[in-house]
Design a protein around this ligand. Sequence first.
Ligand SMILES: Cc1cc2nc3c(=O)[nH]c(=O)nc-3n(C[C@H](O)[C@H](O)[C@H](O)COP(=O)(O)OP(=O)(O)OC[C@H]3O[C@@H](n4cnc5c(N)ncnc54)[C@H](O)[C@@H]3O)c2cc1C
Ligand SMILES: *[C@@H]1O[C@H](CO)[C@@H](O)[C@H](O)[C@H]1NC(C)=O
Ligand SMILES: *[C@@H]1O[C@H](CO)[C@@H](O)[C@H](O)[C@H]1NC(C)=O
Ligand SMILES: *[C@@H]1O[C@H](CO)[C@@H](O)[C@H](O)[C@H]1NC(C)=O
Ligand SMILES: *[C@@H]1O[C@H](CO)[C@@H](O)[C@H](O)[C@H]1NC(C)=O
Ligand SMILES: *[C@@H]1O[C@H](CO)[C@@H](O)[C@H](O)[C@H]1NC(C)=O
Ligand SMILES: *[C@@H]1O[C@H](CO)[C@@H](O)[C@H](O)[C@H]1NC(C)=O
Ligand SMILES: *[C@@H]1O[C@H](CO)[C@@H](O)[C@H](O)[C@H]1NC(C)=O
Ligand SMILES: *[C@@H]1O[C@H](CO)[C@@H](O)[C@H](O)[C@H]1NC(C)=O
Ligand SMILES: *[C@@H]1O[C@H](CO)[C@@H](O)[C@H](O)[C@H]1NC(C)=O
Ligand SMILES: *[C@@H]1O[C@H](CO)[C@@H](O)[C@H](O)[C@H]1NC(C)=O
Length: 626
Amino acid sequence: MDRRTRYGFSAWWFTALLAALSAANPVLSGADLVRAVDSTLTSVSAALKGLFLPESLQAPSNRTSRCKVYPGDPEWPSDEAWAKLDELTDHRLLARPEPQAAVCYNGPLYDAEKCAQITATWNSSYTHYIDPIEMMSPVAQGMTCLPPNVFDSHNCTRGGFPMYVINATEPKHVQMGVNFARNTGVRLVVKNTGHDFLGKSGGKDSLSIWTHHFKDIDYIEDFVDETLGYSGPAFKAGVGVQAFEIYKAAHEYGHSVVGGEGETVGIFGGYIQGGGHSPLTSLYGTGADQVLAFEVVTADGEFVIANSTSNIDLFWAMRGGGGSTFGVATSVTVKAHPDMPTAVSRFSFTSEKIGNETFWAGIRAYVDYFIPNAEAGTYAYFLLVPNVYTGIFTFSMTPFFAPNKTLEETQALLQPWFARLNDLGIEFDPNITHFDNFYDAWRSSFPLETVEKINATTGSRLFPRTNFETEEKREELYHNIRQSSENNRVQVHFNIKAVDPDNADNAVNPAWRPNILFSQQAVRWPVNGTAQEILKIRQEFQAGDMQRWRDISPGAGGYLAEADRLEPNFGQAFWGDKYPRLVELKRKLDPHDVFFATTSVGSERWKVESVDGLPNENGKLCRVDL
Ligand SMILES: Cc1cc2nc3c(=O)[nH]c(=O)nc-3n(C[C@H](O)[C@H](O)[C@H](O)COP(=O)(O)OP(=O)(O)OC[C@H]3O[C@@H](n4cnc5c(N)ncnc54)[C@H](O)[C@@H]3O)c2cc1C
Ligand SMILES: *[C@@H]1O[C@H](CO)[C@@H](O)[C@H](O)[C@H]1NC(C)=O
Ligand SMILES: *[C@@H]1O[C@H](CO)[C@@H](O)[C@H](O)[C@H]1NC(C)=O
Ligand SMILES: *[C@@H]1O[C@H](CO)[C@@H](O)[C@H](O)[C@H]1NC(C)=O
Ligand SMILES: *[C@@H]1O[C@H](CO)[C@@H](O)[C@H](O)[C@H]1NC(C)=O
Ligand SMILES: *[C@@H]1O[C@H](CO)[C@@H](O)[C@H](O)[C@H]1NC(C)=O
Ligand SMILES: *[C@@H]1O[C@H](CO)[C@@H](O)[C@H](O)[C@H]1NC(C)=O
Ligand SMILES: *[C@@H]1O[C@H](CO)[C@@H](O)[C@H](O)[C@H]1NC(C)=O
Ligand SMILES: *[C@@H]1O[C@H](CO)[C@@H](O)[C@H](O)[C@H]1NC(C)=O
Ligand SMILES: *[C@@H]1O[C@H](CO)[C@@H](O)[C@H](O)[C@H]1NC(C)=O
Ligand SMILES: *[C@@H]1O[C@H](CO)[C@@H](O)[C@H](O)[C@H]1NC(C)=O
């Protein structure tokens, strides 16, 4: 058998495809074929399914090798196979895209000037989301090929980056990628912006589907879904649409939508499938609660609509079940809400002049207002930052966000806490500004996100209402937050309530519903520590500071998109009692595990065997049960 035949390029599938198309198109050239596939996408998807199927019909599920297919394996697709994939994706296949900092390392790409450029802009999220492979968590990527002054890896290797990327702009391109990966056994990843804290948009030597260029936004004035009980305006957005784009579009139509705080977060990819919290969550619920329909390429290569009446299991699972698990979405239709006036306030204070006890008394006072503030529909995003060198703690409100509130209402909400801060002698400048719309308030309030640190990782916890209902519980929570600061954890907190106005039946982590404080803390380690040292610090963080947080919130959870790859028992933490159903649906909807992401539903069956033993993408993806 020659390679071409063996890897699926014998004439049979091509004949089958032509046969499937021939009724409508008796004579087809290669270019016609592409167009024909476009215009009759759903009807030919059965034929597309056969594409790249090796003659042996070896589905990944009964392949004898333990790992996905990698370069050097006899099953690794031939150059001709990749060339065919390129042709079938309208020549949108990028072969071996280089990490951006390759220009900083010895080799053919070395260029001092370009290196200086990339170094200067490295920490900006723009540098990463416009790139086919870069991700914003260098730790999860595997720390290869960063600018040397950020981290000198000595050599620029591909590390946790994909080998091939489909720069997809149409569902057909996604179908080709899914089929290719399923039938060759090559690891598949999906990258949108690369924001995911756990680095779930990467994978060593994989085939990546890059969704960034699905950018259409359509306004639907009156979307009616009787099953969901929704009648009103909606936006249908391509999955590459980012926060700054959808907020602007919504504003132009006199609306707002539920999306993240970060300017460049992808709202219709990992964010919305993973749940997604928002400055509007205390009013309207999570991102996933807004979804009216998805267009999806499924694991078997079909292009389908998942909505309240069509593919209802898929629709249920993709609203909260997490990205890269059940299918690749190409568009999402979401509810649009009225635009509204919004008040915001940013302020900060430190322990420098007032000392530790006064500083912490100010924080303790704030804890008393978490329930009423969330109940009032507001969102507070605040940081607690320790400085290990100076012993000074900093509190930053960045911002307090009060949608649909007047200046007076916002002042009245904050006044009781401010009065106590004044009594304590804590000086701060509570500049409250009122905007007549959501978009301007959002733009003025949130800092542009930066790339994550090279020696830190974040764990998260959704603290429910019960942690705040009594003086004793508030005291306990406060002590545990303070303890984390004293243990040098940088903390990020969101005082929000994920309301569920429509009693949505979806896969959103049930721990969001009673949430009052969504909290993150980061562990840091010496940059030059050995892998063993780093792993030990990270495990101690999970067993120590994170376990303390879990211990005081039994049965609660964490947030899957802002979490630590070492979160124990992640199924319970990220999906609670919905996890068993999700696992069942994963088996049904993706029986060959075409899709995988670390800590995703069903991912227990697989593990990235990283070269340094740390939890990152720089290694082969292999089964744990073989
Ligand atoms: C600075 C910063 C700010 C953030 N702010 C918020 C916030 O306010 N609220 C919040 O909830 N979260 C926030 N996040 C977390 C954010 O929700 C996650 O990073 C999320 O994964 C981003 O989705 P993405 O598609 O942009 O990212 P990616 O990292 O590209 O993708 C994330 C995951 O989704 C999968 N995926 C992406 N697109 C698709 C698709 N079309 N179909 C199937 N799978 C897909 C990927 O394979 C990956 O597993 C923030 C993150 C950062 C770094
Ligand atoms: C894989 O499993 C399928 C279905 O059980 C079977 O038809 C096929 O022959 C198997 N392939 C190999 C190579 O064992
Ligand atoms: C980003 O990097 C630039 C240049 O290296 C630096 O000046 C700036 O402070 C950094 N910003 C953040 C937020 O880290
Ligand atoms: C860099 O890569 C080259 C070629 O693979 C190898 O010979 C060399 O040892 C590597 N250097 C380091 C510091 O890893
Ligand atoms: C990806 O496709 C878009 C849209 O066609 C194009 O503008 C962009 O240059 C492509 N990117 C790469 C790296 O090829
Ligand atoms: C759901 O999808 C099906 C199949 O495409 C479609 O017929 C139906 O109209 C959709 N429902 C709504 C409410 O749009
Ligand atoms: C405040 O607490 C920090 C950390 O516990 C400590 O390092 C610092 O010395 C304390 N500051 C004062 C003024 O006591
Ligand atoms: C916003 O405020 C208006 C006027 O007070 C009120 O009618 C409306 O219900 C509020 N919207 C939300 C989502 O709370
Ligand atoms: C208050 O905040 C607004 C908006 O962020 C800003 O324009 C204004 O300059 C601030 N005022 C003061 C006194 O800091
Ligand atoms: C983490 O790295 C930064 C920058 O490289 C460094 O300043 C900091 O000291 C490191 N943190 C620890 C705990 O080593
Ligand atoms: C890491 O770097 C620090 C400061 O540069 C140095 O003191 C320490 O000995 C180094 N540790 C290791 C394991 O190389």
